[in-house]
Write a protein that binds this ligand. Sequence first.
Ligand code: FMN
Length: 202
Amino acid sequence: MSIEVVPGANAGFDLLVAPRRVPSRDGTAPGHGELVDILRAATAVPDHGHLRPWRFVVVSGSGRSSFSDALVAGLREQDGGEVPASVSAKMAGKPDAAPMQVMVVASPVVASNIPRWEQTVSASCAGYAIVLAATALGFGAAWKSARVLDTAPVRALFAASPEEQLLGWINLGTCEQGSIRRESDPLDLFDGRVTFVGPRPA
Ligand SMILES: Cc1cc2nc3c(=O)[nH]c(=O)nc-3n(C[C@H](O)[C@H](O)[C@H](O)COP(=O)(O)O)c2cc1C
């Protein structure tokens, strides 16, 4: 799979506003080289103090059933063992949505004087960089989470230490034609979400 770069000054901008595509259930996962490229992009994000306060866990193949089992065990922990079959099946099926998941783990350097929140923001940026890089390489990418992320079985699968936080996972894989979800919303500079201190650019 090759990178399609449209020559021109706004080639990168086109990617930022491109409609996102979701991986298909039966798609193909990124290979080793593509994964290396995707994770390289993930580690090029803003990072105050160069702490690299993140790590990633790649789930694919048989790992998806381990992930599925941990999600269901997390559900039992959270809901006290009485889980309706339909709820359990829905949770168990989450890793089936794509051939690969990349769990994004905020892994702060506790001893640093860079505030914890800044480090978590940096890890969040890494997650978004994964989405963008995968999109640039032609893959579908969708960031997902589950309410059981913080339970012991799920944290154990991803070897999360007490100070680490699971930020959700990114489903990755090739996608079918027509899997485009939606165009990005043009931001209305007058809807109150953007304000100005000083003059508004003409
Ligand atoms: C941390 C995080 C967790 C997310 N978890 C989910 C999720 O579990 N399910 C979901 O549909 N979207 C989730 N999203 C949002 C999706 O990645 C995506 O932006 C959203 O589904 C909108 O997709 P669309 O733009 O194609 O409509 C999450 C986003 C973030 C940043």
